[in-house]
Design a protein around this ligand. Structure first.
Ligand code: ZN
Length: 104
């Protein structure tokens, strides 16, 4: 992003609870708790064939600001029921704390 005609790169640090809240994820124990991808807890349990080899599986879709917004829209359209978040919104239950323009 740019600020006063200068490029700025923002980094977000914190523990799992802080990162999940920042991304709008239900929590560290959610089925889809990873802030980086949409892999579920049960999908993570399948061992890899080797480093970087997924045994024929597709890599988990990467989360983005757009996917967070889309998942949150699905959550609210479904009635904002937290028990259903894992089914409708990949465990997204809040808007992210940051609203950034993705164009850099
Ligand atoms: Zn992940």
């Amino acid at each position: 992003m740019t600020w006063r005609n200068r490029k700025v790169r923002l980094l977000l640090y914190g523990d799992c609870e802080f990162i999940c809240k920042s991304y709008g994820i239900l929590g560290c124990n959610a089925l889809y708790a990873c802030p980086y991808c949409e892999g579920s807890y049960s999908e993570w349990q399948v061992p890899l064939k080797g480093p970087g080899e997924l045994d024929g599986r597709d890599p988990f879709p990467v989360r983005s600001l757009q996917s967070l917004a889309d998942d949150y829209a699905r959550y609210t359209a479904d009635g904002s029921a937290k028990p259903r978040a894992k089914l409708v919104s990949k465990s997204i239950v809040r808007e992210p704390h940051f609203q950034l323009n993705q164009k850099m």
